[in-house]
Design a protein around this ligand. Structure first.
Ligand code: ZNH
Length: 147
């Protein structure tokens, strides 16, 4: 079980209450699809992903980026119970979507870069460390139902 200090809780709630989901979600998913092109294989029904420009202007990808980012709200709202909170999503990614769990880490690293770029000088070392700890807990929970 991951333990959270009062300060860590306040950092996480501040990041998410100031988060522009509509901007950050698409940017993080696009970055992941461009930098790690094998992740594109899961989105063959989303339309043209021919090059970086096509990925960045694909409305289905943008919408999915927002949806995935909102998937982190589950962890924000269940900080003391992150593993259980992701049981269903973990099973979905494992048994139905067949997403290699290594890709979760790649996506959250892309997300970290986008969030850091937006926060600028507010992205202090304690913010970075807490955000990384939070995302690691999510990645671990999402990987839990893989056998
Ligand atoms: Zn995922 C889906 C979240 C990662 C792929 N996702 C999904 C959803 C959510 C999520 C919320 C929705 C579900 C329902 O509808 O029910 N993801 C998530 C998260 C993460 C992720 C949170 C991290 C952090 N994913 C991921 C990755 C990938 C994916 C990495 C690849 C590579 N997903 C996916 C898909 C889907 C999903 C494919 C389905 C889509 C459709 O719509 O079809």
């Amino acid at each position: 079980v991951v333990e959270w200090t009062v300060k860590e809780r306040s950092i996480i709630s501040s990041i998410f209450s100031n988060l522009d989901y509509e901007d950050v979600g698409p940017k993080a998913l696009c970055r992941c699809l461009i930098v790690y092109p094998w992740t594109q294989r899961h989105f063959s029904t989303f339309g043209n992903l021919y090059d970086a420009e096509a990925i960045k202007t694909n409305a289905n990808i943008a919408a999915h980026g927002i949806k995935v980012l909102h998937g982190l709200d589950l962890a924000v709202k269940n900080m003391d119970n992150i593993k259980e909170a992701y049981t269903k999503l973990s099973t979905l990614h494992s048994e139905k979507l067949h997403v290699d769990p290594d890709n979760f880490k790649l996506l959250v690293d892309c997300l970290t870069i986008v969030v850091a770029a937006k926060m600028g000088s507010d992205f202090k070392p304690d913010v970075q460390a807490t955000f990384q700890k939070f995302l690691a807990a999510v990645v671990s929970a999402l990987g839990k139902q893989y056998h």
